[in-house]
Design a protein around this ligand. Structure first.
Ligand SMILES: Cc1cc2nc3c(=O)[nH]c(=O)nc-3n(C[C@H](O)[C@H](O)[C@H](O)COP(=O)(O)O)c2cc1C
Length: 213
C-alpha cells in the first residue's frame, strides 16, 4: 500500500543554535509557520540530536532556508553528522544575525526565541517567536520533494519523515546498477561508479559506496 504521508509538502532547512559560543545546527524538514501576527514558527527535532540540547540550553534557534542550488554538501554535513563529533561550521560561510549563526548559502533566515516546547516520545517541538528575518536575493527554496526526486537524497532515522530504505527506493527510476553511499544513503545509478566519483551529498569518495540490488 502507498504511504500517503509522502504527499505532505515540506522545505529543507538548516536549524542552528549555539553550544558554549560555537555554532551548531542540523538539517530539518519539519519546520513551519504557526502564526502571522505576531509571527511564530515550530520545528520538530529528535531528542538524540545535539542541536536539540543546544536549543534547550540557549532558548534560541534560527531556521536557514536552503535553496535548490545551495551546496548539497551542506545536507551531508548538517544532516548526516553530529555536532558532538565535528565542527559543522568549519568550512561553511555564516554570519551572526540577532545573536544566531545563519548560513550564507541559503534563501535567508528566521531567528526565533523559544516560547514553548512540546515533548513527543522521540522529538521535541519548539515553538519560537520571530525576532528577526531576512531574505537573500530571490533564490528558489529547496523542497523536500526536490531533495528526494532531483537530488535523490535520503532521510536518516532522526528525521520525523524517515521511511525504510525499501519504501524510499520504490520512488527511484529503474536503471542498470545502483551504488549506495554508506555515509548518507545517496544512491548513484549507472553502469560503473567512476574512480574519481564524489558523493554530491556528503562529499566522500567511491570507497564508501557499495553496490545494491
Ligand atoms: C533530508 C533530511 C531531513 C531531516 N529532517 C529532520 C527533522 O525534521 N528533524 C530532526 O530531528 N532531524 C532531521 N534530520 C536529521 C538530522 O539533521 C541529523 O540527525 C543530524 O545529523 C543531527 O545533527 P546534530 O546531532 O548535530 O544535531 C534530517 C536529515 C535530513 C538529511
Amino acid at each position: 500500500m502507498k504511504d500517503v504521508t509522502t504527499k505532505l509538502s515540506y522545505g529543507l532547512y538548516v536549524l542552528t543554535s549555539w553550544s558554549d559560543g560555537k555554532p551548531v545546527g542540523c538539517i530539518v524538514n519539519c519546520a513551519m509557520q504557526i502564526t502571522a501576527i505576531p509571527a511564530s514558527f515550530a520545528v520538530s527535532v529528535n531528542h538524540d540530536n545535539f542541536t536539540t540540547e543546544c536549543i534547550k540550553k540557549t532558548g534560541k534557534f534560527a531556521i536557514c532556508i536552503l535553496a535548490e542550488d545551495s551546496d548539497p554538501s551542506l545536507i551531508g554535513t548538517f544532516g548526516f553528522k553530529s555536532g558532538r563529533d565535528i565542527d559543522k561550521f568549519d568550512k561553511v560561510g555564516y554570519t551572526v544575525e540577532s545573536r544566531l549563526p545563519v548560513i550564507n548559502d541559503s534563501c535567508g533566515f528566521i531567528v526565533c526565541d523559544v516560547i514553548n516546547t512540546m515533548e513527543s516520545e522521540t522529538h521535541t517541538v519548539f515553538l519560537g517567536a520571530q525576532v528577526a528575518a531576512e531574505q537573500y536575493g530571490d533564490r528558489t527554496p529547496m523542497t523536500y520533494d526536490y531533495y528526494h526526486k532531483v537530488i535523490k537524497g535520503k532521510s536518516p532515522k532522526n528525521a520525523p519523515t524517515y521511511r525504510a530504505d525499501s519504501e524510499q527506493a520504490a520512488d527511484a527510476p529503474i536503471k542498470t546498477r545502483k551504488f549506495k553511499c554508506e555515509i548518507c544513503g545517496f544512491v548513484y545509478e549507472g553502469d560503473e561508479l567512476p574512480e574519481d566519483y564524489v558523493c554530491p551529498i556528503c562529499g566522500v569518495g567511491p570507497e564508501h559506496f557499495t553496490e545494491i540490488e
